[in-house]
Design a protein around this ligand. Structure first.
Ligand code: TA6
Length: 293
């Protein structure tokens, strides 16, 4: 793991891209533009804070764990190279191993329009090969400006096809989940992970109980409308599904890193590929989520 001093020597942009010791001495990167701010931990390439035009966009649990032993609760966890439980082996980590891996810095550039683009890269290792026997590169790219885009680009470096499922698991900040609507999924078919039933969304998604829905082949533009906050626009590219999740009180209370009653202040809207994506040798697949307020 490179030191803070060497990371800043090779990658920093004065006042715009700076590395430092974050919580629990975990290495973090702070990005700042005229319109926005982001905080990204190298552990899991995990964005933990995002402000667009002075609007706080993502939620972070006050009890999130920053000791490197598990994914940080909140912000934008990266679920890769599988979503949910690994089909083959329940001993493997839920939502894959990327979000619990140290992901190295690949590049940071300032574009002519003032946007900052930071790319972090995870490559196969002895550890990854022991649980997922494929050669790969995963590049996580953060583009910050008036709007924000996060993308996951999987490059198959193996001689055989690889199959992945994945999610950009964004925890959006809302004022009050019971006064929040998610617009853009009307008439979309979904699988309710709680009832294990398939349904068709009637109108906007509203929230009054634990919700864990996987929407199949949705349109690619959604809007979170919540009291006392500006509408948050979300656009997905390269996603065959959208996941919508709020744990509600009982499920939240069962999670040590989910501060009780905080469930009222968050809503997960995730760009996902739940139906596995097959990537041929040498080829790439990219999924992205763009957010603007
Ligand atoms: O995206 C929804 C979901 O799959 C839920 O079922 C819940 O498990 C959530 O992800 C959080 O998972 P985690 O492993 O981060 O606690």
């Amino acid at each position: 793991m490179a030191s803070i001093k060497s990371l800043n020597k090779f990658f920093s942009i004065q006042d715009k891209a700076v590395f430092s010791n974050g919580k629990n001495n975990q290495t973090k990167l702070d990005l700042t533009t005229q319109h926005s701010k982001a905080e990204i931990y190298l552990h899991g390439a995990h964005l933990t804070q995002l402000t667009l035009n002075n609007n706080k966009v993502v939620w972070l649990s006050p009890d999130a764990i920053f000791d490197g032993t598990k994914a940080i609760r909140g912000g934008i966890p990266i679920c890769w190279p599988w979503f949910g439980k690994a089909s083959a082996d329940n001993n493997l980590p839920q939502h894959g191993f990327a979000r619990n891996s140290l992901i190295e810095v690949d590049s940071i550039i300032e574009q002519k329009n003032g946007d900052i683009v930071a790319a972090l890269k995870l490559k196969n290792s002895e550890t990854s090969m022991s649980i997922w026997p494929f050669k790969f590169e995963l590049v996580v790219t953060f583009q910050l400006g008036e709007q924000f885009t996060i993308s996951l680009s999987t490059h198959n470096l193996d001689s055989k096809p690889i199959n992945i499922s994945e999610a950009i698991h964004t925890y959006f900040a809302v004022e009050d989940i019971e006064h929040t609507r998610l617009v853009g999924l009307s008439d979309c078919h979904y699988f309710d992970q709680l009832s294990k039933k398939k349904s068709c969304q009637q109108g906007d998604v509203v929230f009054n109980q634990e919700t864990d829905n996987i929407y199949d082949q949705p349109k690619n533009h959604f809007v979170i409308q919540t009291t006392n906050r500006k509408a948050v626009n979300i656009k997905h590219i390269g996603a065959n599904a959208a996941v919508v999740w709020n744990p509600w009180n009982d499920k939240a209370a069962s999670m040590a890193d989910f501060t009780s009653n905080e469930y009222t202040k968050m809503l997960c809207v995730e760009a996902a590929n739940i139906q596995p994506i097959e990537i041929a040798p040498g080829l790439k697949h990219t999924i992205s989520q763009t957010i603007y307020v």
